[in-house]
Design a protein around this ligand. Structure first.
Ligand code: HEM
Length: 470
């Protein structure tokens, strides 16, 4: 418990005068530090540095209480220092809880709501087939194929853009932009940038200084505009198929309700793309690592497919309900190592009281998804990959569908239904078509973790062999 100005704040570590709590944080994986603090301080941890209040929520219960039941107060975002210089003001994910953000959410919801996303299944299947073909030709390039799969499915849904190969200009533009922005959005940096106001001026001394900022801005602008230029050409030639962008443009033009609607639609679509591609490809990397580390799980999953589908037939969406173990593998992949272990921090709009504690306006609220996913009471031996924890006694699925991996309250990921479909078809097809082995990992070789926009293993030596029966 902390007393200040006659108010009681939640417990937490004591800051040092200049460093705050930075010396205590593992900057590359702060979720592990926050999880350790759970044992020391509990589910709700508070600290303050240079005037910024920060709250870490270490349990599903605390997150539900604040980010869900009181979502009208906890759906804002903090003022991200990198937003303005890097030209990221358009992005849904950084936007405050305002009218533009609401318009973005309407666009996302319209195109990505539950069941509606089934219209994208034929495209997701087509790109899963392309993924298998590419892997068969040059399996060592698996990571770039995962990236291409993730990008292709979403570019098709948003802009009706078909990615043919790795030279696709939109794909290249986005990959380059992500490469620049990735380090800026790493969990450690995100927290530091916002918790240390002095670092607001970071772009001037960040490696590369202003040169990097200017180059990044050009790339961000190009990523924002290029897909629309393609779409406009298609519309002009009468070749534009259905897409989230086209549908939103037409709806906003007709209703005339949203000012500057073209800018809003462009921003919303580019944000969807930015949030979709790396999260999906990183999850596939985590799946791959799990498969090479847990060959028994891989074998059991393949046996389920062979048994349910018969020899030689590959999974389709219609097979999903007859493959519960595959579904459990997908869920365990999201739990074992969530790609967004701290989700995206929310921010408090007004002062609030929670239990006996005071939570000031503008407090940055970090939901520690990592602590939830590694909770040993809910998930015994949490560091082991065990899909069967999602199966009930009769072999059916439990009702734990891992929604916390996709964030909370009004800010919950609008792409989650689309994402789980993409992951399911890719994972089911990969398991049906290939065997994954890694002598390197088996012999204890170090797998490095890349913690930027998402957290994922860096590519590691892996043998990917087509299965004979497929
Ligand atoms: C495995 C895949 C994915 C994971 C794990 C994931 C996770 C998340 C998380 C944790 C958030 C932050 C939620 C919060 O603030 O509480 C988020 C936000 C968001 N996601 Fe996803 N996501 C995935 C895929 C996608 C896809 C495929 C799309 C779009 C097609 C998408 C679009 C968005 C957008 C636009 C936001 C910002 C929402 C806002 O700030 O209001 N995501 N996602």
């Amino acid at each position: 418990r902390r007393e200040r100005d006659g108010k009681t704040y939640p417990p937490g570590p004591s800051p040092l005068p200049l460093l705050g709590v930075a010396h205590l944080l593992d900057a590359s994986a702060p979720w592990t530090t926050f999880s350790d603090w759970k044992a020391e301080y509990g589910d709700v941890v508070y600290f303050r540095q240079f005037g910024q209040d920060v709250l870490v929520l270490n349990s599903e219960e605390a997150v539900k209480d604040l980010l869900e039941r009181r979502s009208s107060n906890y759906s804002d975002r903090m003022d991200m220092a990198v937003r303005e210089p890097y030209g990221l003001n358009f992005d849904t994910i950084f936007h405050g809880h305002d009218e533009t953000w609401r318009a973005h959410r309407r666009i996302a919801h319209q195109g990505l709501r539950e069941h509606h996303v089934d219209i994208y299944q034929p495209t997701q299947l087509r790109f899963a087939e392309a993924l298998m073909n590419s892997l068969e030709e040059s399996p060592e390039q698996y990571y770039s194929y995962f990236q291409r799969f993730a990008a292709s499915v979403v570019l098709s849904a948003i802009y009706d853009h078909d990615v043919i190969d790795e030279n696709d200009p939109i794909l290249k533009s986005v990959t380059e932009t992500n490469d620049i922005l990735g380090p800026l959005q790493s969990p450690g940096n995100t927290i530091l940038f916002n918790v240390f106001p002095l670092l607001k001026y970071i772009p001037t001394w960040f490696p590369g200084g202003w040169r990097n900022v200017t180059a990044a801005r050009v790339k961000v602008d190009r990523t924002l505009n290029m897909p629309f230029e393609y779409l406009e050409k298609k519309i002009a030639s009468g070749n534009a198929g259905n897409s989230i962008a086209l549908e939103a443009m037409e709806r906003f033009r007709d209703t005339n309700k949203v000012a500057d609607f073209e800018k809003v639609v462009k921003g919303a679509c580019c944000s969807l793309y930015g949030a979709a591609s790396e999260t999906t490809s990183s999850t596939l990397m985590i799946f791959l690592l799990a498969m090479v580390k847990y060959p028994d799980v891989q074998k059991r999953a393949q046996e389920e497919i062979d048994r349910a589908l018969g020899p030689g037939r590959l999974p389709e969406f219609a097979d999903r309900s007859s493959l519960p173990y595959i579904e459990a593998v997908c869920r365990e992949t999201l739990r074992w190592h969530p790609v967004a272990p701290l989700a995206v921090p929310h921010s408090a709009t007004n002062d609030d009281m929670y239990k006996d504690w005071y939570i000031p306006k503008d407090t940055v609220v970090i939901a520690n998804v990592w602590a939830m996913s590694q909770n040993p009471e809910k998930y015994p031996s949490p560091s082991s990959f065990k899909p069967e924890r999602f199966l009930d006694g009769k072999g059916g699925l439990t009702d734990d569908s891992l929604t916390y991996a996709f964030g909370f309250g009004r800010r919950i990921c609008p792409g989650r239904h689309f994402a789980t479909n993409s992951l399911w078809i890719a994972i089911a097809r990969l398991l049906a078509g290939f065997t994954f082995e890694s002598e390197y990992v088996r012999a204890g070789g170090v797998v490095k973790w890349h913690n930027a926009v998402t957290s994922m293993p860096e590519p590691f030596p892996c043998l990917i062999t087509p299965r004979k029966s497929h």
